[in-house]
Design a protein around this ligand. Structure first.
Ligand code: CA
Length: 751
């Protein structure tokens, strides 16, 4: 072995002899220190050679890795030490050629200047084939603007492998990873996507939050032959498709979907196999399983537990299709094999879903056999929307209420379940139903890389230390400056005046001990910045010291687009005299900001000149909105000039589960009468998907205005008391059908 070290040049070459099929070839190892040295090394590199990027930070490095390796002797690009080469700024990676292998690099603290971070092509004419990307990390490498689209990984070409990678924190619009079939050179590609850790992807609040897509509707009747196996999808919550399959002959094998909202959707393409996958919902909202569309799909030996998804997002959904429809519509389900799946404590199996005048094609020539369906609470989990005589139901075991429409093929049994060593539940009898006992579950530690932590995505409120403060000047801003994420700032009794904006870039709790009064001298008290979240407990806030301007807010979000989602909780607190001038709001959201959760509990709001919640800044009708959940419990609202909430989600696409609105056990009195209240409503909900108002008292206020825009929104207004409030106005803006709101068992409403 000949080791050459030349410290004057940034390239260090290590030459080693390796044997290829009997003949000796000199393989070189290049350790490069800068971008020029990399280019120089690449020019020289041939089969078997290894280029190593030196440890450290590489800024603005657009790597083009182009060359021709040989089978079993690829050209390799890797890190001097895996995990210690960080690509930042505006860096990306393109591969082009044959038999290339890349490993060990980390992309973070930046974003791609193009639309892709890793691309298996240089350009349209130069693709990568027989190449592999392994042990790469992409961590929160997002465009600064939330709704600017990019993609983290795009596979082109044929016979490529993407494995043991770690992708976490995609927060801007655009699918995390896609396989493209856009040219002849990328069809029938036999790619393999395996052992990757698809880490948490937060709710996007718009279409374009899929984690993996294979194909597009345009090429959907072509075959891809892509295998997706042994991957771990951890809380991939971007939108309602976790995986969007849009091509034929793909295989989805032994993947784990851990508490991920959405489904593996077989949106387009025929003859796909979905086998041995494990879906664990943990009873979280909108966790789903598999949605079946098109011909020749096999759904076999999958395990679903604790999935709470409804409608198209259920545990198992078999759609109706459009007979002889155009390529972008749903094709009918023909010749589907749905066998030996376990569907346990999961709320919804939907058959013939989407049935309407256009989607009239029912499933044909299909079987539903040897499945185990079990629900603890004994409910009927089936919803049947159309004629299911095209499905042959055989030998299924059912523990729960049988569906009256499914007369044969289900044995109603008294099976007990026991948890096996692989973590899954199986019958304590020898029934040959449900998923196989030897199903090998892909666990988190089997995926991604060993040298990069699979960190928890959120820092919980009150998970840090306690900081005690007294009421003196700057006490609040000084406490914020020294606090760490998750800390609790405990306020001793007294009066606190904030003379600066209290800017939060970490989750913090402010907790009053005894009588704590807060006022503020700027146009807002709290401003939630990227990374910030706010919890208020037991404080009194008034507008007594606020400037005499229109449009103040107690709490507002950053005026700029914000990638991280925030949380806001207001508990046991009082807001009064927020009325220094007109249109003074409690919470104002800015465009491009998104709340995962806003919770109000046991709090009082009195004499407010503006709205309590302004969540209506995404007014472009792109299907974007400002908050996923707004939940109000046991609270009161009195003398509020504008609406209790202006909540807006425009557009007609059906890609999001939210927004959600819940108002329970609260009282609303004299809300919304100000002449500047734009919609003249006490509560304005436009495009909200799930609304639940129950156990409230409404008095002396204008009517609610509720616009249904897409899908089948669920609106329930029940068991409330109305006094001097007109009936809620509910409009179906895009449906000719009667509106679907349930308004029942209320007192004081004119029917
Ligand atoms: Ca979508």
């Amino acid at each position: 072995m000949n080791v050459l070290r030349n410290w004057l040049k940034p390239v260090i070459i290590l030459s080693v002899a390796v044997g290829i099929s009997g003949c000796e070839v000199q393989a070189e190892e290049y350790l490069v220190q800068d971008q020029d040295a990399y280019k120089e090394a690449l020019d020289k590199a041939g089969p078997g050679d290894v280029i190593k990027l030196a440890n450290g930070t590489w800024d603005d490095f657009e790597i083009l890795f182009k060359g021709k390796g040989k089978k079993d002797n690829p050209i390799t690009l890797t890190a001097e030490t895996k995990g210690e080469v960080i690509l930042t700024g505006q860096s990306n990676l393109r591969l082009a050629g044959e038999y290339l292998e890349v490993s060990g690099l980390v992309f973070k603290d930046g974003y791609t200047p193009t639309s892709e971070v890793i691309s298996f092509r240089q350009n349209k004419n130069n693709l990568a084939n027989n190449s592999r990307v392994t042990e790469i990390v992409i961590d929160n490498y997002n465009q600064p603007e939330r709704y600017e689209v990019d993609f983290w990984v795009m596979m082109y070409g044929k016979h490529n492998r993407f494995d043991h990678n770690h992708l976490v924190g995609k927060r801007n619009k655009g699918v995390t990873m896609a396989v493209r079939l856009n040219t002849e050179e990328s069809l029938e590609n036999y790619h393999r996507i395996d052992h990757n850790y698809f880490g948490p992807r937060p709710i996007l609040g718009s279409n374009g939050g899929e984690t993996l897509r294979i194909g597009t509707s345009h090429h959907s009747r072509k075959n891809s032959f892509t295998t997706v196996e042994n991957n771990y999808f951890d809380r991939c919550d971007g939108e309602l498709e976790i995986i969007s399959n849009k091509s034929g002959k793909n295989e989805f094998l032994n993947n784990t979907f851990y508490q991920s909202r959405g489904t593996l959707t077989m949106r387009h393409g025929n003859n796909n196999l979905v086998e041995g996958n494990v879906f664990l919902g943990n009873d979280a909202d909108h966790t789903g399983g598999i949605r079946v569309i098109n011909a020749g799909q096999t759904i076999r030996n999958n395990y679903m537990e604790g999935l709470k998804g409804t409608r198209f997002g259920g545990a198992l959904v078999v759609m109706n299709g459009v007979p002889n429809g155009p390529i972008n519509r749903y094709d009918p389900v023909i010749n589907a094999r749905i066998e030996n799946n376990s569907i346990i404590n999961s709320d919804n199996i939907q058959l013939g879903a989407g049935s309407d005048e256009e989607r009239s094609g029912v499933p044909e020539d299909s079987t539903f056999e040897s499945n185990l369906i079990y629900h603890d609470d004994g409910r009927d989990v089936f919803t049947i929307y159309d004629d299911m005589s095209g499905i042959d139901f055989k030998n299924n075991a059912l523990v729960g209420e049988p569906s009256p429409e499914l007369k044969t093929g289900f044995n109603v049994q008294e099976i007990k379940l026991e948890r096996a060593e692989n973590g899954l539940l199986y019958p304590n009898t020898n029934e040959d139903v449900g998923a196989a006992r030897n199903l090998k579950v892909t666990t988190k530690d089997m995926t991604g890389v060993s040298w990069f932590p699979k960190a928890e995505p959120l820092i919980a409120f009150a998970s840090g230390k306690t900081i005690n403060i007294e009421p003196k000047e700057k006490a609040l801003s000084e406490a914020i400056a020294t606090a760490g994420a998750g800390d609790v700032i405990v306020l001793a009794p007294g009066n606190y005046v904030a003379n600066k904006f209290l800017k939060l870039d970490k989750p913090l709790t402010f907790k009053g001990e005894g009588e704590v009064n807060l006022t503020f001298e700027r146009t807002a008290m709290f401003e939630i910045l990227a990374g910030g979240s706010l919890q208020l407990i037991n404080v009194n806030i008034s507008g007594d010291d606020s400037p005499d301007y229109a449009g103040n807010s107690v709490i507002r979000t950053s005026p700029y687009s914000m990638l991280p989602n925030y949380r806001l909780e207001i508990i046991d607190s009082n807001f009064r005299d927020i009325d220094t001038n007109h249109s003074f709001n409690i919470v104002t959201a800015s465009k491009g900001t998104f709340a995962d959760n806003i919770l109000i509990k046991n709090s009082k709001f009195e004499n407010v000149s503006g709205a309590i919640f302004k969540l209506d800044k995404e007014s472009d009708d792109y299907g974007i909105y400002n908050a996923e959940y707004l939940t109000i419990e046991d609270s009161s609202f009195k003398n509020i000039g504008h609406a209790l909430v202006d909540y807006y989600r425009g557009g007609r696409d059906e890609s999001t589960f939210g927004p959600h609105f819940a108002l329970t056990n609260s009282s609303v009195s004299n809300v919304g009468k100000d002449k500047r209240n734009k919609h003249k409503a006490s509560i304005y909900l436009h495009g909200v998907q799930v609304t639940d108002m129950t156990g409230n008292t409404f008095e002396d206020s204008p009517a609610f205005l509720i616009n249904h825009t897409v899908g089948e929104p669920k609106t329930r207004i029940t068991n409330n008391k109305f006094e001097d409030v007109p009936s809620p106005q509910v409009f179906e803006l895009n449906s000719i059908l009667e509106n679907t709101a349930i308004i029942a068992d209320n007192q004081g409403l004119n029917p």
